[in-house]
Design a protein around this ligand. Sequence first.
Ligand code: ZN
Length: 198
Amino acid sequence: MDLYSEQVNRLVEELGRLPGIGHKSAQRLAYHIINMPLDHVKALSDSIMNARQNVKYCKECFTLTDKDVCPICASANRDKKTIMVVETPRDLSAYERTGKYNGVYHVLHGAISPKLGVGQEDIKLKELIVRLREDVEELIIATNSGVEGEITAMYISKLVKPTGITVSRIASGIPVGGDLECIDEVTLLRALEGRVHI
Ligand code: ZN
């Protein structure tokens, strides 16, 4: 016998497709949503639709933006000759919060992971190589400090070495699964300032 209504099952199933949401969490969220005031539910579903429809990748750095080019890339005050490579837009936000980095970014949207079957063609690496044809002096690799982040950093450094562009690696990256809200700006700044040429 089906214990729940078809509609609830459908909601649980859709929520369960989200990363990190197992069946139990999906059920809990579904019940929570069903008990929410209707206008809250509408605000939630509208914000999901609006974000999905209007947010796109910045043409230059591939962070998320609702314009063609994000405010960082569009700014005349940023140093376009220094590019920091990060895994996610959240990592970008973390470095941006320090207020001390004046270069631009390149968001890979992931890291190479043989274990998870993520290859170099699955992240924004080709796009990075294209950008390096322009006038770039330094590439700062700020991928996370876990295995995937290190593999990705090594891969990029090998790829970029022949171009003569200075490649550096931050002293210690954002730990894998680390909560960015808990990583203070001082730690990130220290990692950035302590970067070593590789
Ligand atoms: Zn951008």
